[in-house]
Design a protein around this ligand. Sequence first.
Ligand code: ATP
Ligand code: MG
Length: 481
Amino acid sequence: MKTVEDVFKKIHKAAKQEKVEVYVVGGYIRDILLGKKDTKDIDCMVVGSGINFARSFDVAVDKVGSLIEFPDFDTARYIIETPNIMIEFAGARAEAYDQKSRKPKVAEATLEQDLSRRDFTVNAMAASVEVFTKKVTLVALKKKLVDLFEGSKDLKNKLLRTPLDPDSTFSDDPLRMLRAIRFAGQLDFSITPEAMESIHRNRGRIKIISGERVQEELLKMLATKKPSVSLTLLYQTKLLDEILPEVSALKGVEEVFGHQHKDNLVHSFLVVDNIAEQSEDVWLRLTGLFHDIGKTGTKKFVPMIGWTFHGHEHLGKKLFYGIAKRLKFSRERTDYIAKLIRWHLQPISLMDDGITDSAVRRLIVTMGELIGDLLILGRGDITTGNPNKKERRLKNYDNLAKKIVEVMDKDKLRNFQSPLRGDEIMSLCGLKPGPTVGKIKSAIEEAILDGIIPNEYEASREYFGKIKDQYLKLALDWEKA
Ligand code: ATP
Ligand code: MG
């Protein structure tokens, strides 16, 4: 099998042999109608058993792909390397939900029943697999389209509408509320006013959705070209209050004696968009969303000075750990975001104090691999509407970046540690492993960072000769005490 048409031919042949109807449905159809040609996920609906059909198909193609079965949902996934596609075969089904879970009781159903349980009309269109056995044209597809809920009309109007009553759609499976908002951002569609109101009404239901699922949808929202579209919809429907109250709380402007601070929610959304223009990395974009969450709890009006948010980088980091736990971020991603939140003000304070070599050295050592991302975050953090101010600040970042490269080249600071290693310090002093060795090593590192000595072995050895006695004496005093 070379092309995707070859694959559809095989599916079609297997369907005839097994005497079942197989339809292509959902996202694949939607994307073709939208003129997208590179969709790699194909959803197939089998009027009969999805798993049984997938097994027959597997045999028909001499087991070229890998088959994974999900018996609970009568669904099977089939992954083929050439052409690179993933097919999901699902038995047509009707669903009955209970209040506590989004896992429905499922029953075999007709094509029509299956289409009506889908999330949005633009995702509820189907066409027989036969249509796809030749290079599919829009005309041919439209002629054979099964479109019970005016999905193609909604597609033309760029509208997300639920096939059935939105309240039952969203209450049955609250994940669909996040999907609506994600699709709106991804496809640049609007959500019908009825559906928007229904999401607002049903927002509390989102609590039955697992943290992992919420994380997945949130990341998909952040992966769009302009993430603030989805983020704003989350805010408007108040879903944001449910999934990220720490972010919601940033909303609002306070005024004291005519002094206002900026709306930190609006600011944070702008920062995310700014980062999205510089980086594809969704985790960095997410950091933009969270970087100021400590501002709500540290906000203070100080007469003569104005609004201050002292320590918001520390509080923000602490609050973020709560979010990370709820949304089940991995340890690694959590540490990444937490570190960037903690240090996001550092470039600015450096610029204010004058960019000295030793301050730059410290920043490089503190941030390690994350130094580049810290600068992207810092640049994104500039949301002033004043073009002069903006240009000035961006220039500051250019200068800092240049300085960082200079210092890195000069001082070879990657994976920085004392050129005089612990082992050597021990043998030179006749010391056993213990705190004194570490203290001597840090003293050498500090001297390098402060620019007292260069980052070189000879200089470190000489410096060591000068300071070692004071540390050894200290250690002896301790032992005696
Ligand atoms: P994409 O793959 O681009 O995210 P998609 O529409 O293909 O978009 P999938 O999650 O792959 O989305 O689901 C395939 C189809 O299954 C959808 O088009 C929709 O018809 C249906 N579907 C998926 N999730 C749900 C859900 N939670 N509720 C109702 N229908 C759903
Ligand atoms: Mg899909």
